[in-house]
Design a protein around this ligand. Structure first.
Ligand code: NAD
Length: 336
């Protein structure tokens, strides 16, 4: 299927390669708001889209595009998505859906009105180890506790150093969405605190603790920091799940294990050690592209479909609001 790629920055280039390498899609057109940026990126990557330029509508018509890939900055996601949908084109866009809940809700409505798919590519769902961990979690009974630690000292420089909530707004959407994927539970409410240690090189709050209540009573506890030097966790986070029949951990790499109760009765129960193994999947944005194209062909609902993905986004803004007000915030009020 013929793709119109919008955005020729760092991630746009990664998407261009992704489209070019996919057997099922082709990079037909590439645009960026900056003059010459798409043509230059195509040349550097030795790719030859039929059209490069700055105008989405002109590009879509010139190549008879069948879908749009939005890899612009979050502030432009709404404009690009609404324009594509109004032309009757389905959209796969980068995370986060939008920089505010109001904009995200407008995008969901636009998808409904156009009757076209709008999917957010949450690339960290497409990972062999998280698939293996999810399978192991299904063996520990009813899930009651899910914990994620994310501790990385990231010296980006640039815009993140000046954001008010760099960790929560730019990164935590991945971890929150992973929690929904692993538990199969939707968020209900959160109590959270963002903060910034004295040594932090960020102006805004680069750390947060958040306790989510999820549907069914599960508690998901998130502890995160982008200004922690040493003993980094994986970018996938470090996880512990506790269920009625045992516990399962994942180090965010290939360390997946569980202890499942074999016999109760003593002070400690006796356990079977169960090793998890990665599930073969197409990783990252190759996986999300494959699921998007499959959905276009079959009419199935993909992961990251906007009505679902907005729940992960609501977790982000609920944390910011809870931290601001020092009180519990419900997801219902974020979605209203
Ligand atoms: N999934 C991941 O792991 C991952 C990793 C990095 C970035 N991202 C996401 O990808 C998106 C892009 O990030 P990036 O690092 O490539 O940013 P970037 O700033 O390098 O590139 C963004 C590009 O969009 C262009 N642009 C802005 N407004 C536009 C508009 N209205 N029309 C056309 N082009 C426009 C800019 O000129 C720029 O070239 C962001 O949403 C980011 O969060 C995701």
């Amino acid at each position: 299927m013929r793709a119109l790629l919008v955005g020729a920055g760092g991630m746009g280039r990664t998407w261009a390669k992704n489209l070019a390498e996919s057997g099922d899609a082709e990079l037909a057109a590439w645009v960026d708001i900056r003059e010459g940026a798409a043509a230059q990126a195509a040349e550097e990557l030795a790719l030859s889209p039929e059209y490069t330029g700055q105008d989405i509508e002109a590009a879509a018509r010139a190549v008879s595009a069948e879908f749009v890939v939005d890899v612009t900055v979050p502030e432009a996601h709404k404009q690009v998505t609404l324009q594509a949908l109004s032309m009757g084109l389905p959209v796969i866009g980068e995370k986060p859906m939008a920089p505010s809940m109001a904009e995200a809700k407008e995008m969901v409505r636009a998808s409904e009105q156009a009757g076209k798919l709008y999917m957010v590519s949450q690339s960290r769902r497409y990972n062999a180890s998280i698939g293996g961990y999810r399978k192991l979690i299904s063996q520990i009974g009813e899930l009651g506790i899910l914990n994620a630690d994310f501790f990385i000292g990231a010296h980006f420089g640039g815009f993140r150093d000046e954001m008010t909530s760099p960790l929560i707004l730019d990164m935590a959407i991945h971890t929150f969405d992973q929690a929904r994927y692993l538990s199969g539970a939707d968020p209900v409410s959160v109590l959270a605190e963002e903060f910034n240690p004295p040594w932090s090189w960020y102006e805004g709050d680069a750390c947060a603790n958040a306790i989510f209540e999820m549907a069914g009573g599960l508690r998901f506890a998130y502890r995160g920091s982008w200004c922690s030097e040493g003993l980094h966790t994986s970018w996938e986070g470090s996880w512990r799940a506790v269920g009625s029949k045992g516990s399962a951990t994942w180090d965010g790499a290939d360390g997946i294990r569980a202890q499942v109760v074999r016999q109760t009765g003593g002070f400690h129960s006796e356990f079977d050690e169960v090793a998890g193994s990665p599930l073969p999947v197409k990783e990252g944005i190759a996986g999300s592209l494959e699921e998007f194209l499959q959905a276009l062909r079959s009419g199935s609902t993909p992961q990251g479909e906007c009505h679902d993905n907005i729940k992960s986004l609501a977790m982000v803004f609920a944390v910011v609001e809870s931290s601001r007000t020092s009180g519990r915030v419900t997801i219902e009020e974020m979605m209203a």
